[in-house]
Design a protein around this ligand. Structure first.
Ligand SMILES: *Cc1c(COP(=O)(O)O)cnc(C)c1O
Length: 387
């Protein structure tokens, strides 16, 4: 694949060259001052991105799925009742993990493309006894975003902890763990953080840590045990050395570099950039006559877009887009008609949005989809003037 091609999928995403250079530094000891500084500063940066001055952030080798495993392993004891909100395929992934830890699971399914009704969540919570409620902040199979603030408020009222799969959200949308009352946030390096795959990023509130400390039996997953990692993270944040298992030092240097860029941009401006780029891209899809998966614009997330193939166009469209030097992805929700997904998060800029829409327009013209050439680009450009 030519190095200038665009990777516009919902993870992994394109990585800034400075981040790649940071990763290619010589391998150092985890006790080397440069590594301790990068590790500590990366933990501090995570606090800013997650809106989490309290509690504890964790950087662990693994993918987003390991972050989900971390959440389930630490909080679940056999027989615990958990409530999962399903807005796409990633709820099912977490459900499968919870099954391994012998949770008693209730799933609330939103219709595909829709979010969950708060009344439905409350009706379930009223039954009582839930240890936690889990939701997917942005579901990568539907582009649906859940109102974490509102669900957290409900969960707290009924004494349940709040667990969030933010793998496709953090660093691209606003996250305020302290303020919203989140207890465990789970994410990864390769989506809106703009770092290659390889890091599971988690955060626990004081309340979650209390719950973990009071477990009847130790966490069943040794590598994921928050109490094994906590002393290491605390030491590194204080620029001291501690060891539990060898940290992925080069990846942490990459995360540190990316977080430096994120903090220099500021989260406020980064959230705004993602919102504008997403509105521009979605306006382009609309103007090309493509129907999107989220049922209403208000529930669509800004980190990606999902649109159905129009009549007469199939998955081979993605190959035509590819030929224009842009990689986009097929849909992955089994209950939806064929659709495609485009990630526009992390390092993505207006030119990437225009190049991607242009490639999709070309592919649709080749497939003889009725379209005024330039219609999508023109609609996007009208939004991009806000940047
Ligand atoms: C990508 C993703 C995951 C899985 O992450 P991996 O890094 O592929 O293990 C989980 N949840 C959501 C919402 C995701 O977007």
């Amino acid at each position: 694949m030519p190095e200038r091609d665009l990777l516009m999928i919902p993870g992994p995403t394109m990585v800034d060259p400075a981040v790649l250079r940071a990763i290619s530094a010589p391998v150092r000891s985890q006790a080397a001052p440069e590594v301790v500084e990068a590790f500590g500063a990366a933990l501090e940066g995570m606090r800013v991105v997650l809106g989490a001055r309290a509690g504890a952030p964790y950087i662990i080798a693994g993918s987003g799925t390991l972050a989900l495993e971390f959440g389930a392993a630490n909080l679940i004891e056999p027989g615990d009742k958990v409530l999962l909100i399903d807005t796409g395929v990633f709820a099912y992934r977490f459900q499968q993990i919870c099954e391994r830890y012998d949770a008693q699971i209730t799933v609330l399914n939103a219709p595909p493309g829709d979010t969950i009704s708060l009344d439905a969540v409350e009706a379930e919570l009223q039954k009582g006894g839930y240890k936690f409620v889990e939701m997917v902040h942005v579901d990568t199979s539907t582009d649906v975003q859940v109102d974490v603030t509102a669900v957290s408020k409900l969960a707290r009222r009924y004494g349940a902890l709040v667990v969030v799969d933010g793998v496709c959200a953090a660093a691209g949308v606003e996250v305020k763990c302290d303020e919203w009352g989140v207890d465990l946030y789970m994410t990864g390096s390769q989506k809106a953080f703009g770092v290659p795959p390889g890091l599971a990023l988690c955060w626990t509130s004081e309340r979650a840590l209390d719950t973990i400390r009071k477990r009847r039996k130790p966490v069943r997953n040794f590598f994921c045990d928050a109490l094994n990692w906590l002393p290491v993270m605390q030491a590194m944040e204080a620029r001291k050395v501690a060891y539990f298992a060898t940290p992925p030092v080069n990846m942490i240097c990459g995360l540190h570099e990316s977080l430096k860029q994120i903090l220099a941009e500021t989260m406020e401006k980064r959230v705004r950039r993602h919102a504008i780029l997403s509105r521009a891209f979605k306006a382009g899809l609309d103007a090309m006559g493509l129907r999107q998966v989220p049922l209403r614009p208000e529930i669509a997330a800004p980190t990606l877009s999902c649109a159905y193939f129009p009549p007469g166009v199939d998955g081979s469209m993605i190959q035509h887009v590819r030929a224009h030097g842009v990689t986009i992805a097929m849909g992955i929700h089994p209950r939806l008609k064929p659709y495609f997904r485009v990630g526009h998060m992390g390092t993505v800029m207006p030119n990437d949005i225009l190049a991607t829409l242009g490639a999709i327009e070309s592919a649709l013209l080749v497939a003889e989809h009725e379209l005024q050439p330039g219609a999508g680009l023109s609609a996007a450009m009208r939004v991009l003037v806000e940047m």
